[in-house]
Structures are given as structure tokens and as C-alpha cells.
Design a protein around this ligand. Structure first.
Ligand code: NDP
Length: 448
């Protein structure tokens, strides 16, 4: 084992020991550190400065109780987290996830990825993430409001427009951000840009709702351009039917593709005429129903129970946009066998490490989440800029900036992959380009 490998190996061992039974976090750290070997070789000063040891250890971890009353008057208790991972580049920035599976390992993996993603956007944002094991599904609006108010009654102490600016993620959309913002304002008396993803009626930014999905498609468009092709005439499969999936569908369709399958945690729909986005938007955004309801309105479409089957649908482009580890090695092999040429991750870490290897080995263009889904946080950064200036930019202006940011991320990841001897490998390129900026800022700021 080379000296560089042993340094990385030692750091990984410590992460595993210190963060017992947090497999998603181990997976995310391993994936990043393994690609940094050539960087450590070129910058031996990083080892002396303990950059890797520091970057894998959150600056601060907050865990708190969230008590709230359900509609029957019964008290419920959830556990919540805010992990402030790294502030070398700016205030902590990253979403809040409300889902029953949330625990420290998930929040840490997301917070860790966020450091590099935010760095890639070129905006000055540190990395953080949070959430709670609360399930908004099946809850009334009043229950969700009471939960959000109780959650913010503790969280407000730890966040601020220049300290830590949370946003949405799974289970946290405009409704939840609105309730949390209201409670923040009530407690602090401040009307400031402390959360992003706010409604357009109260200092939100145009395009923020669409940003992650649009950004993922813009990024994928660059991947396709590098293969001398485009979305025109392509068949696309998108997992999930939430915020990211819906707007990825919209942009891919605008660019001439046909989206034939979408899913939720229950199963997936297949519609060979193209999935009708208006139906999905109404079912999911307005009525909060299950995706299987789609087939009651579209008789020729088919619903299949279970999530994994979606990867068996023949497509040219796949955009996994639901959740972590939703696309495994078998699914990747099936996609390759069916002629898929590009995979861009709308979700965070949706492909398992062995699935990623299958894509890379088979020359499928692969855009990892920390680059391909960075459009959401980038537009959050643009929302923060508008809030600071007390301005509201037009849809076209924000969309133009988002598009340029995604093009720039693709080219800086490509450039890093070439400079460090892995040309075209966007996994390594994104990790390296994101890491170097943070590492240099950490070096400049001393041992903190
Ligand atoms: P939403 O809550 O809007 O939608 C999530 C979708 O994924 C739903 O269709 C949901 O189905 C499905 N899903 C969630 N958990 C699971 C699971 N365990 N198994 C199968 N399906 C699941 O979330 P978003 O669209 O905002 O987020 C999707 C992904 O994109 C996440 O990985 C998130 O971290 C990532 N992301 C989001 C950003 C944003 O701006 N929103 C920014 C960058 C990344 P069901 O309704 O049945 O639960």
C-alpha cells in the first residue's frame, strides 16, 4: 500500500470506528476518499494539515427532541438532527429531510456530500444537512404545521442567514418551509433569508422549485453533448415522482425526450405514450396520492408493485431521482443490456458503488449526484443573494444562471478528471474539483 493509500485508509478506518453502524455515511466517505489519492500525492501538505481527518468530522452535530400533538390530542415525539459539517466556504447550507428512515448516518452522508456539491456550484456555501424521523405522509396540514413549529422552536437557536441556511429535501417542500419560516419569524422577529425554498409570496426565488430537476437535465445535456448527441428523441426513465423527478420530467420533455416511467416508494408506472406530467403533478403536488392512481386515469398505462422493476424498462437515459441506494448492480447491468447510454443522478447517492462500477466499466456516461443535482442548492444560493439585496429576479434570469452553473460544473469536473489522470470519469472529477477548493480554504484558515 502506498503512503497516500495508507493515509486515506487510516482516515477511513477512523470514520468507521467513530461512526458505528452508520453505513450510508461510511459509503459516502469511502466513495470520495478513494478518488482523492492523486490529489494527496500532488499536495502532501494536506496530510500534515490533517485536511482529510478534519473534513470527515462534522464541525458540530445537534440532536434534539421534537414533541408535538396529533389531531387526537396524543403527544408524539420525534428525533431531529442538524449536522453543521464544514463552513470553510461559507455558512452551512443543505436541506432538511422528514422521513421515517432518518437517523444520524443518513444526515451525515447527506451533509458530507453537500460540502463538495456546494463547492462545485462556485457559490460561497459550506455544507450541512438535517431532518427528522417524522413521516408527513398521512398527516393533516395542522399536524404537519404543529410538527414544523415544534421543530423550529429548537432549531432556531442554531441557524441564521449568515450561519446556517436550511432548505427542503425528501418530505420537506413549500408547505413545510412556509410553516418553519413562520415560526422562525415569530420567535426571532427577523424577516431574513434563514431558509431557502420559501414561497414566492414571501421572498422565495423563481425557479427554486424546478431547480434540482432542471439542473439535473442541464447537466445530463452536457454529458450527452460530450457523446455528440442530445435529449431529442431519447426515451427516459425517472425514478421517484417528487420535486426532483417532476421537474426533471418537465425539462427533459421540453428538450424533446419522452419520459416513459416514474415511481414512488410503492411501485412504478409505465406509459409508452409518455407519462402525462399534469396528472402526476396533480396526484403528487395537490392531492398527495400514490402513483398507482395514475393508471385509473390512463388506461393504457401499467402499474407494477415494487421500486426496483423500473430499471428493467428499456431507455436511453436514466435519471434516478428518489432516494439513496435505489439502483443496484443488477439494475445497472439491466440498464446497460437494454442500451442505456447515460445516467444522471437527481437523487443523492441513488446508485450503489457496484452499480457505479458497472456504468463506468461499460462506458455509460455517469453524472454523480453531487454534481448532477447541485442545481437545487445553487438556486438556493441565488435565493440567498436576492434576499440579501431585497430583490426578486425574473424566471429567465435565474434559469439562465442555473443553466450556466450546471454547464460550469460539468466542465470543471471534466477538467479535474483530465488533470488527475482519469479522463471522462465524472465521479472522480467532481470529487476532486469540489474537494480542492474546500481544502485550500481550510489550509488558509488555519487549524480550526
Ligand atoms: P420528495 O419528497 O419530493 O420526493 C421523493 C420521491 O422519492 C417520492 O416519489 C418518494 O416516494 C420517493 N422515495 C422517497 N423515499 C423512498 C424510498 N425509501 N424508496 C423508494 N422511493 C422513495 O423529495 P425530493 O424530490 O426533493 O428528493 C428526491 C431526492 O433528490 C433525494 O435523494 C434528495 O436528497 C435529492 N435532492 C433533492 C433536492 C431538492 O432540491 N429537493 C436537491 C438535491 C438532491 P413516496 O412518496 O412513496 O415516499
Amino acid at each position: 500500500m502506498s503512503k497516500e493509500t495508507s493515509y486515506i485508509g487510516k482516515v477511513l478506518d477512523t470514520v468507521i470506528k467513530r461512526n458505528h453502524a452508520e453505513s450510508e455515511f461510511h459509503q459516502a466517505v469511502k466513495e470520495v476518499l478513494e478518488t482523492l489519492e492523486p490529489v494527496i500525492k500532488k499536495h502532501p501538505e494536506f496530510e500534515n494539515a490533517g485536511i482529510l481527518e478534519r473534513i470527515v468530522e462534522p464541525e458540530r452535530q445537534i440532536i434534539f427532541r421534537v414533541p408535538w400533538q396529533d389531531d387526537k390530542g396524543k403527544v408524539q415525539v420525534n428525533r431531529a438532527f442538524r449536522i453543521q459539517f464544514n463552513s470553510a466556504l461559507g455558512p452551512y447550507k443543505g436541506g432538511l429531510r422528514f422521513h421515517p428512515s432518518v437517523y444520524s448516518g443518513i444526515v451525515k452522508f447527506l451533509g458530507f456530500e453537500q460540502i463538495f456539491k456546494n463547492s462545485l456550484t462556485g457559490l460561497m456555501m459550506g455544507g450541512g444537512k438535517g431532518g427528522a424521523d417524522f413521516d408527513p405522509k398521512g398527516k393533516s396540514d395542522s399536524e404537519v404545521m404543529r410538527f414544523c413549529q415544534s421543530f423550529m422552536t429548537e432549531l432556531y437557536r442554531h441557524i441564521g442567514a449568515d450561519t446556517d441556511v436550511p432548505a427542503g429535501d425528501i418530505g420537506v417542500g413549500g408547505r413545510e418551509v412556509g410553516y418553519m419560516f413562520g415560526q422562525w419569524k415569530r420567535i426571532t422577529k427577523l424577516f431574513s433569508g434563514v431558509l431557502t425554498g420559501k414561497g414566492l409570496d414571501f421572498a422565495g426565488s423563481l425557479v427554486r422549485t424546478e431547480a434540482t430537476g432542471y439542473g439535473c437535465v442541464y447537466f445530463c445535456e452536457e454529458m450527452l453533448k460530450a457523446r455528440n448527441t442530445s435529449f431529442g428523441g431519447k426515451t427516459v426513465v425517472i425514478s421517484g415522482s417528487g420535486n426532483v423527478a417532476i421537474y426533471a420530467h418537465q425539462k427533459a420533455t421540453e428538450l424533446g425526450a419522452k419520459v416513459v416511467a416514474m415511481s414512488d416508494s410503492g411501485g412504478f408506472i409505465y406509459d409508452d405514450r409518455g407519462v402525462d406530467l399534469d396528472t402526476v403533478k396533480r396526484l403528487k403536488e395537490v392531492e398527495r396520492k400514490r402513483i398507482k392512481e395514475y393508471v385509473t386515469e390512463h388506461k393504457s398505462a401499467k402499474y407494477t408493485e415494487g421500486c426496483l422493476g423500473i430499471w428493467g424498462v428499456k431507455c436511453d437515459v436514466a435519471l434516478p431521482s428518489a432516494t439513496q441506494n435505489e439502483l443496484d448492480k443488477n439494475a445497472a447491468e439491466t440498464l446497460v443490456k437494454n442500451g442505456c447510454i447515460a445516467v444522471a443522478e437527481g437523487a443523492n447517492m441513488p446508485s450503489t458503488p457496484s452499480a457505479v462500477n458497472v456504468f463506468l466499466k461499460n462506458k455509460v456516461s455517469f453524472g454523480p449526484g453531487k454534481a448532477a443535482n447541485a442545481g437545487g442548492v445553487a438556486t438556493s444560493g441565488l435565493e440567498m443573494a436576492q434576499n440579501s439585496q431585497r430583490l426578486a429576479w425574473t424566471f429567465e434570469k435565474v434559469d439562465r444562471k442555473l443553466h450556466q452553473i450546471m454547464v460550469d460544473i460539468h466542465s470543471s469536473a471534466m477538467a479535474a478528471s483530465e488533470e488527475y489522470g482519469v479522463p471522462g470519469n465524472l465521479v472522480a472529477g467532481s470529487n476532486i474539483a469540489g474537494f480542492i477548493k474546500v481544502a485550500k480554504a481550510m489550509m488558509a484558515q488555519g487549524v480550526v
